[in-house]
Design a binder for this molecule. Structure first.
Ligand code: NBP
Length: 483
């Protein structure tokens, strides 16, 4: 139904897949929705195909669109992230009045969101960068939404976003994350965790396929079973679906006809870059980004295969198949736990760096539904932060520590097996090294400090007294205190 005279509670600019699905979600949930797209064909197509699903108010100019919104006006931008977002923000800010709210629901880089918030605030309007997760399906049926921006905008926006968000146990998967770029920041890290989660699932598949010699359909059954336990999650569920799927053309397992070069749109890379900038060791996420990059280095991979790089002579897997499958499940659980722990570390560091005061419990709550990393074990993460909001690391929570007791040996065995068989398992292996580094009483960093002092007089601290010291390496090798 469309009514040109009715004022809309919310507007959507950009009616490609995400925007039109989001607009339909608003309309289906009783909101009157103003819709506008740069090229009017998409607006017409939306109204023609779905106009009966609720109240839409279509416009062909941004001015008409803005005029069709009730005050304070609220418009969500769902256009291609980057320059298009800036162009639309400018048009909206021009046409809107003081106190109106511009929301960017695209996958913006959080530093762009910080900049945009300042610019829009200087023009007297509110700007909210909102991370939206769940893909096309989530946008239509209930995404997880991570809005940042000023707190007062949340008071106006909250109820309308709650009306379309996913809902778990009566709790909507949306809450105000923090000021300016906080929402897009946590969405970025969410995507980084998603990369790692997908990679560890991929590594488990690789080991079962080429280590245990199982066929995709058989592995699909294993994943189905895993989905009823600790690993219960959307990504495990869809993995079973993908592995069970046959290619409609050849009848072969679909996974065997898909080119093994993983794509990426950049949010995982942003998460890794930000981790490096903040000095947070998000090894699982970074390795996952590298693993995708390596998979896509097709020329180099072909050269390496043609060059027959030596693989070593240990090729037999001397374990019981059922035991190996259970070991892989536990290794997957452990590596996934590390990736989440590291992701929450990055969020904590970002929150401190930018003064956002992000509450990790909010994320564990809203990520339970709608988003790609939704998983049963987010309830456990929530409980961990409920018990101790200042946990130094998620894996130090007593529940997860207890889980690791059961995971550690299988995890080590799987990394050994992967190494012996020459099967790549970069996140299983690097997460284990991260874990052992955290536990280690002494790290080789002491030696590195010695090296740095040797070649660059970078000084070092001592274990037995305070101060900064240097050895006269090219002189008498005596100790001097520099401060
Ligand atoms: P696209 O990212 O493909 O963008 C297409 C839309 O942008 C069209 O409506 C297009 O209008 C509009 N647009 C462009 Br391009 N340049 C414009 C400009 N200068 N002025 C005004 N409009 C312009 O759409 P999408 O795939 O629906 O994604 C929308 C946003 O959601 C993106 O930021 C994307 O990163 C994000 N996203 C999120 C998820 C998720 O899971 N959360 C999934 C997919 C996408 P036109 O029709 O006139 O060309």
């Amino acid at each position: 139904m469309t009514d040109k005279n009715e004022l809309a509670q919310i507007g959507v600019v950009g009616l490609a897949v995400m925007g039109s699905n989001l607009a339909r979600n608003f309309a289906r949930n009783g909101n009157t929705v103003a819709v506008y797209n740069r090229s009017p064909e998409k607006t017409h197509a939306l109204i023609e195909a779905h106009g009966e699903e609720g109240n839409f108010v279509p416009s062909e100019t941004i001015e008409d669109f803005v005029a069709s919104l009730e005050r304070p006006r609220k418009a969500i931008i769902m256009v291609k992230a980057g320059k298009a977002t800036d162009a639309v923000i400018d048009q909206l800010a021009e046409a809107m009045d003081e106190g109106d709210i511009i929301i960017d629901g695209g996958n913006a880089l959080f530093t762009d969101t910080i900049r945009r918030e300042k610019e829009v605030a200087a023009r007297g309007k509110h700007f909210v960068g909102a991370g939206i997760s769940g893909g096309e399906e989530g946008a239509l049926n209930g995404p997880a939404i991570m809005p940042g921006g000023p707190k007062e905008s949340w008071e106006t926006l909250g109820p309308i976003l709650e009306s379309i968000a996913a809902n778990v146990d009566g709790t909507p998967c949306v809450t105000h994350i923090g000021p300016d770029g906080a929402g897009h920041f946590v969405k970025m890290v969410h995507n980084g965790i998603e990369y790692a989660d997908m990679q560890v699932i991929g590594e488990a598949y690789q080991l079962l396929r080429y280590g245990a010699g199982m066929e995709p359909a058989e592995i699909a059954e294993v994943f189905r079973e895993w989905n009823s336990g600790d690993l219960d999650s959307y990504l495990i569920e869809i993995t079973a679906e993908v592995l069970a799927q046959k290619d409609p053309e050849t009848g072969a397992p679909l996974v065997d006809v898909i080119v093994d070069a993983a794509g990426q749109k950049g949010t995982g890379r942003w998460t890794a870059i930000n981790g490096l900038e903040l000095g947070v060791p998000i090894t699982g996420i970074a390795e996952s980004v590298f693993a995708r990059a390596l998979s896509s280095s097709t020329a180099q991979r072909s050269a390496a295969q043609e060059g027959h790089l030596p693989s070593g002579t240990i090729t037999e897997l001397d374990v019981d198949k059922a035991e190996f499958i259970e070991d892989v499940r536990r290794a997957l659980y452990a590596a996934k736990l590390i990736a989440y722990s590291q992701g929450f570390d990055e969020i904590k560091a970002g929150s401190e760096e930018f003064g956002w005061d992000v509450d990790p419990r909010d994320l564990a709550t809203i990520w339970r539904g709608g988003c790609i990393i939704r998983a049963k074990f987010l309830d456990r993460i929530r409980a961990a932060y409920d018990n101790n909001a200042d946990l130094p690391a998620l894996i130090l929570d007593p529940y997860f520590k207890g889980e690791l007791e059961d995971l550690i040996d299988p995890w080590r065995r799987v990394v050994v097996a992967a190494t012996q068989l020459g099967l790549p398992a970069p996140v299983f292996a690097s997460s284990l090294s991260y874990y052992d580094s955290l536990r280690a009483e002494r790290l080789p960093a002491a030696l590195i400090q010695g090296q740095r002092d040797f070649f660059g007089a970078h000084t070092f601290q001592r274990t037995d007294k305070s101060g900064t010291f240097h050895i006269e390496w090219s002189g008498d090798r005596g100790l001097t205190q520099t401060d």
